[in-house]
Design a protein around this ligand. Structure first.
Ligand code: FE2
Ligand code: FE2
Length: 303
């Protein structure tokens, strides 16, 4: 045990911050396409000096749409995983059962919320923006791994959400208010998930020797490699979406720079911000100190 988290306090906190989809989207609450959706530290569109202001904003919005889709994707594996962790112990700690079911319910709600935003994006943006998937195939590939590896991946994702919001979104006044509201409401429920994931990793580690713990960490890194391949594909999709949306055809050198810088931006967004998160590293170190060292030796490629 490396923390003071408990199922009971996570459940109580989640009951206080609970919100409904109807409170966030619909009616007057619409996306404003004259504004950026993503913070620059994640979008990294300013680095592409051959783009003008409007083109940068459009690429930023394409990245925002992909963010919705990629979160939709990862939450589709988190939902069944949390249910799988809950069912075998339904007769155990009542707070554990309720906290995990609440967690699963919130992820189902988030998946639906991301879909609603995507739908509005598709209707208003004017250009279809493809994304990696389908979600079921990605979920199946991830869930085929060691449950400890899946739990560490989930932990990475939940702390990553904390970091995106607190470090880059909260104080950014340039962002579209509606998109920012989505990110804020998502973040506020993910705070509890990150703590529950930590407890899940701890319970999955019980009874494992060092080699078995390291196997879980290696499978987490394998899942990271799988997601990284998906991000490469996503950059190609984003490049195509950008050219269709703006009507601008980039020359070879510009395309090369787009691919290189946007791949790194995606790697930082979805991999680096989790792999270098102190809370993720603390849990890895608690599992086995060599795990922290291993992840730290790799993470420089994703910043
Ligand atoms: Fe979520
Ligand atoms: Fe979550």
């Amino acid at each position: 045990m490396l923390n003071t988290y408990s199922y009971q306090t996570a459940l109580a906190a989640s009951e206080v911050v609970h919100w409904r989809i109807e409170d966030i989207i619909g009616g007057e609450k619409r996306l404003d396409f004259t504004k950026p959706f993503m913070p620059e530290s994640l979008a990294r569109v300013e680095e592409l000096s051959f783009l003008d202001r409007d083109e940068k904003r459009i690429l930023n919005q394409i990245r925002g749409n992909a963010y919705l889709c990629i979160f939709g994707l990862v939450e589709e594996f988190i939902l069944p995983f949390v249910l799988d962790q809950t069912r075998p112990q339904l007769n155990g700690d009542d707070y554990r059962v309720r906290a995990l079911l609440q967690f699963a319910g919130e992820e189902a709600k988030h998946i639906q919320l991301f879909k609603r935003f995507r739908q509005e994006f598709e209707e208003s943006f004017g250009t279809h923006c493809p994304v990696i998937g389908p979600p079921e195939a990605i979920a199946k590939a991830i869930l085929a791994h060691d449950p400890l590896g899946v739990a560490i991946t989930t932990l990475h994702i939940e702390w990553m959400v904390q970091r995106h919001y607190v470090d880059s979104i909260k104080d950014d006044q340039q962002l579209d208010a509606q998109f920012k509201s989505l990110l804020k409401h998502h973040w506020i429920e993910e705070v509890q998930h990150a703590k529950l994931d930590t407890l899940m990793v701890e319970s999955l580690a019980v009874g494992r020797d060092e080699a078995a713990r390291m196997k879980g960490v290696d499978e987490y890194l394998e899942i990271g490699g799988f997601l990284d391949a998906g991000l490469k594909q996503q950059v190609e999709f984003d490049l195509g979406s950008f050219e269709r949306a703006t009507g601008r055809e980039l020359n070879e050198a510009e395309e090369e720079e787009f691919r290189r810088k946007q791949l790194q931006a995606n790697r930082w967004t979805y991999l680096g911000t989790g792999m270098t998160h102190e809370k993720v590293l603390e849990t890895l170190e608690w599992l086995i100190p060599a795990a922290r060292q291993k992840v730290e030796s790799i993470s420089a490629a994703f910043v």
